[in-house]
Ligand binder design. Structure first.
Ligand code: 1GP
Length: 247
């Protein structure tokens, strides 16, 4: 449980953590390794590799291997399917898309992927992946029945169920490139019932939004599209500083 322990120790020092998502199908190898090094410098605590549209396992394996050489922070796989399980990463968000309408994404993909997780020595981080809203790739690909943005109690009920099922991570996902992030109110309501590690992502691209999500109780924010679309590292650093502000 090296990575989980690391994340917890980071959380003792920082108010909240920044995870940067690298989609191996968007950013190619060289760009990815440079990006990973850069974001480590400005204080990211982990690199997530994956995404619901990343299906090229060979490319992903290359990206993970390439990134790993240059950084000390953990690489955590963020799989959208069994193709997201590749060697040489440190851990994996071993996720169940709890609000999917398709049992494949709740438990079957997990069963198909688990032997590889073991074989590759990846640390599984048991995660309830909850898709909020609709119209995004995660929503469509995962056949999710998106939890409405304005129904925080439903998200909290899922998070509580996740906790009762023994999951130590909850990921509130508005979807990559979402027009708006999950609301602080939803984060607050989930925080109230869920004791574990709370990850929030999708559509986060400014300091104010990030700060509000952290104030509401997020432990880690995931940022991907902002950088893919050429957002500056300077601005990302401002976001990192604002959310980490030492305890
Ligand atoms: C998507 O939550 C992550 O799975 C990150 O979202 O790409 O909108 O930053 P963005």
């Amino acid at each position: 449980d090296k990575v989980e322990t690391f994340l917890k120790s980071e959380l003792k020092k920082k108010n909240a953590l920044l995870f940067v998502l690298i989609d191996s199908e968007v950013s190619k190898l060289e760009a990815s390794s440079k990006l990973a090094k850069d974001v480590e410098k400005i204080g990211a605590s982990a690199i997530l590799v994956g995404g619901s549209s990343a299906t090229d396992q060979i490319e992903m394996a290359k990206v993970v291997k390439g990134i790993k050489k240059g950084i000390k922070i953990p690489i955590i796989l963020f799989p959208g399917n069994v193709t997201g399980v590749v060697p040489e990463a440190d851990a994996i968000l071993f996720s169940s898309l709890m609000n999917s309408e398709n049992p494949y994404f709740i438990s079957q993909a997990q069963a198909l992927g688990a032997p590889s997780v073991l074989k590759f020595g990846l640390e599984p981080l048991p995660t309830a992946y909850l898709v909020i809203g609709d119209g995004t790739s995660a929503w469509f690909v995962g056949s999710a029945r998106g939890i409405p943005f304005e129904k925080p109690k439903i998200a909290a009920a899922y998070a509580l169920a996740a906790q009762f099922l023994g999951m130590r991570f909850v990921y509130l996902e508005a979807g990559s490139g979402a027009k708006s992030s999950v609301t602080p109110e939803m984060v607050k309501t989930v925080r109230h019932t869920f004791n574990g590690f709370l990850i929030v992502g999708g559509g986060i691209k400014d300091v104010k939004t990030a700060q509000n999500l952290v104030k509401a109780g997020a432990d880690a924010l995931v940022i991907g599209t902002f950088l893919e679309k050429g957002g500056s590292l300077k601005k990302l650093q401002e976001i990192a500083k604002a959310i980490q502000r030492s305890k």
